[in-house]
Design a protein. Structure first.
Length: 460
């Protein structure tokens, strides 16, 4: 049975030696996701303002963005496995300080500082593994591998990270539930140490100090030199706005009477509704990766990603106002959020195709953007909550998703999978209807053998 599973994974385009790495990501992110759905409400219930609770997650996201920016280049210079181990150790150590000293102290600046510092840990862990994928997986299957990566991320952060606490809180309380994150993060560390392969060609020994600084800086400057990389980074940041913004505002809206809410659901029900987002992502991360590798990288992201999430941003607010505590309807809205959030699996593959010679720098921009989503999503809530309320925040998210859809029209990547389509589908403007030009057939042949040739994603 195990042999058959491994063979199926290899046919999917993923080397067997990386399977343990996917499991490692899922286990570690279970620990990281424990407090995501109830930390803001916990802070409010213990005397802090909603803005302070939101700011806690916002600053955490900022530090995560910085770590995400460095992860890609550091993993290429020093080896992905080594940076993963450093990130895991950092997360565990700071989390112990956060739970054992900072939270019990009740001193908000201290709580904020320690929690922010913890934000350095998980991006180093997970995004270094993404570099390992880019180094190992064939380019035409990188979107599929990225989809599987985000499936494991979702399994940990959103499914186990949401559902396990929803059952623990009634039994042991919220504060003790925080501590149950430690066994998962330690297990993720041990799995990484024992089972994740070393990077094949670490560049640390070959680079001088000045060259290392240049490599690190290139993780930002490349976005200014290559507009396609910058656009991909912006879209990636927009991608996860709901994923990190809604856990900040929706417990206050759905589980209380502030900010226009009507106490529709207990916090445990909210956590289980939100967990449905990640259950759906388990399947659709893989599906979209497979689908995009075969039918196009860009247009699914435009319509099933940005456009769908713009609708979801509004429906999650207006559905309970119109239909009350209708749990099935909220689950349906959560399902569509999961479908839409997953439809961005091709972004690393697009970036890799734009600058194949600077893979680490491109992935650093990707990681920075993914981290910025954890900052911008809650940050919008922090800035707007006291002025336009939750309705205004949801409309802001919707407008940003529409802007992301517009930006996708600027992306025309070279996609290896589509370059292998038969010559019979390619025509030239001066060919007669029903005829195939010799130049067109020659171009398809060249595309199949030359990765630098251009094959635009179909504009839909």
């Amino acid at each position: 049975m195990l042999t058959q599973i491994l063979a199926a994974v290899e046919r999917f385009g993923i080397p067997k030696k990386l399977i343990a790495g996917f499991l490692t990501v899922a286990v570690f992110m279970t620990g990281d996701g424990f407090e995501l759905t109830f930390l803001t409400k916990y802070m409010v219930d213990h005397g802090f303002s909603a803005a302070q609770g939101s700011l806690l997650i916002t600053v955490y996201g900022l530090f995560a963005a910085i770590a995400g920016w460095t992860a890609g280049v550091l993993a290429e210079m020093f080896g992905a496995r080594r940076i993963m181990l450093i990130g895991a150790c950092w997360w565990i150590g700071v989390h112990l300080v956060f739970l054992g000293i900072a939270l019990p102290s009740g001193v908000y600046p201290f709580i904020l500082a320690v929690y922010a510092l913890r934000g350095f840990g998980y991006p180093l862990f997970i995004y270094s593994f993404m570099v390992l994928l880019a180094q190992t997986v064939r380019p035409e299957r990188l979107a599929s591998a990225t989809g599987l990566f985000w499936t494991c991320f979702s399994l940990g952060l959103g499914v186990f990270g949401a559902y396990i606490p929803s059952f623990l809180i009634p039994a042991v309380g919220e504060y003790r539930t925080f501590w149950f994150a430690i066994p998962f993060s330690v297990a993720g560390l041990l799995l990484c140490l024992l089972m994740v392969p070393r990077t094949r060609d670490s560049k640390a020994a070959k680079l001088t100090h000045e060259e290392r600084v240049k490599e690190l800086a290139e993780g930002v400057t490349i976005a200014f030199h290559n507009p396609g990389i910058a656009v991909c980074g912006i879209i990636r940041m927009i991608n996860s706005l709901l994923l990190y913004g809604f856990p900040v505002i929706m417990p206050l809206y759905l589980c209380g009477r502030q900010y226009g809410g009507d106490n529709w659901f207990p916090v445990q029900d909210w956590m289980r509704i939100w967990g449905c987002v990640f259950i759906v992502m388990l399947f659709f991360n893989v599906f979209w990766g497979w689908f995009m590798d075969r039918f196009g990288w860009v247009w699914p992201m435009r319509w099933f990603g940005c456009a769908l999430l713009a609708i979801c941003a509004l429906s999650f607010y207006y559905a309970p106002r119109r239909f009350g505590a209708n749990a099935p309807l909220m689950v349906l809205a959560a399902v569509f959020i999961g479908v839409g959030t997953s439809a961005f699996a091709s972004i690393p593959a697009i970036m890799n195709s734009l600058v194949p010679e600077k893979r680490g720098a491109a992935l650093s921009v990707y990681n920075l953007s993914a981290g910025l989503a954890t900052f911008v999503g809650p940050g919008i809530a922090t800035l707007l909550l006291s002025t336009v309320g939750i309705a205004g925040i949801c409309w802001t998210y919707a407008v940003l998703y529409v802007a992301g859809a517009a930006l996708t029209y600027t992306l025309r990547p070279k996609q290896p999978g589509l370059a292998k389509k038969p010559a019979a589908v390619v025509r030239t403007a001066d060919a007669k209807d029903g005829d195939i030009s010799i130049e067109a057939a020659a171009k398809v042949t060249a595309l199949a053998h030359n990765p630098m040739a251009t094959m635009d994603d179909e504009a839909i």
